[in-house]
Write a protein that binds this ligand. Sequence first.
Ligand code: UTP
Length: 277
Amino acid sequence: MLKKCLFPVAGYGTRFLPATKAMPKEMLPVVNKPLVQYGVEEALAAGLDEICFVTGRGKRAIHDHFDISYELEHQIAGTDKESYLVGIREIIQRGRFASTRQLEMKGLGHAILTGELLIGNQPFGVVLADDLCFNEGPGVMEQLVAIYRRTGNTVIAIQEVAEEDVSKFGIVAGEEVEPGLYRVTDMVEKPQPDQAPSNLAIIGRYVLSPFIFELLRHTPPGKNGEIQLTDALLALARTSKVLAYKFQGRRFDCGSVGGFVEATNHVYQNVYQRGGR
Ligand code: UTP
């Protein structure tokens, strides 16, 4: 059973201050849709229609976005602006939404562990909405779900990055078991280029076994007192099979200002100007 997708959206988004002082980073619009909506669309397209948010203080706008806005609906009913809401209405109808709060921002691993309450004892997808991914064919989450269904193994999305960029990512080492699919043998969080086992970088899409919660519970905090997901994934890789898949498509790092601008230009030219919403 793979129906749930966890969205850790509790981070402060300090790289976007002051924009993120009173507004969640995940609500920043890439052209006409907030970042988090793209992620939810990708999860729904993969058949994961139980959407679980791990939020924090100041993130209320995310809940409101995935709810009906009666005044607004009433105001624009019967006008041509109604069409602007078709996409988000469909999402609200198709998805089921739940959330819990991470009380202290102790890192991605801690955010995922906080989500255990919503996920329970079943495999689940994870989308980091600030990695915005596009593909002409199936989305990245759909690609991972297909591999999970075929193999039953935890699977994470990876991409090749330039050597000078390895220090920004979790980097995996592995043996290629099929073209583009690796069995993970090692993982290093943000290594220096000369210490990196490869240039295969982990990006923000995962399908995880619920066993990860047990491992996260026993993962000691690392850098800045944060619990790293990479540490728990490495522990998982030592006891069972963890796969890493070089996904098809393109990723934009919308957690950084430069990546966000690139994504905006991409969506404006390739989606919005062609009439997409
Ligand atoms: P980032 O490392 O991008 O952190 O988190 P951030 O706080 O969002 O942004 P900056 O670095 O201050 O600009 C990666 C993902 O993990 C979530 C974030 O919301 C983001 O989706 N996260 C991170 C949490 O949910 N909780 C945390 O404690 C840390």
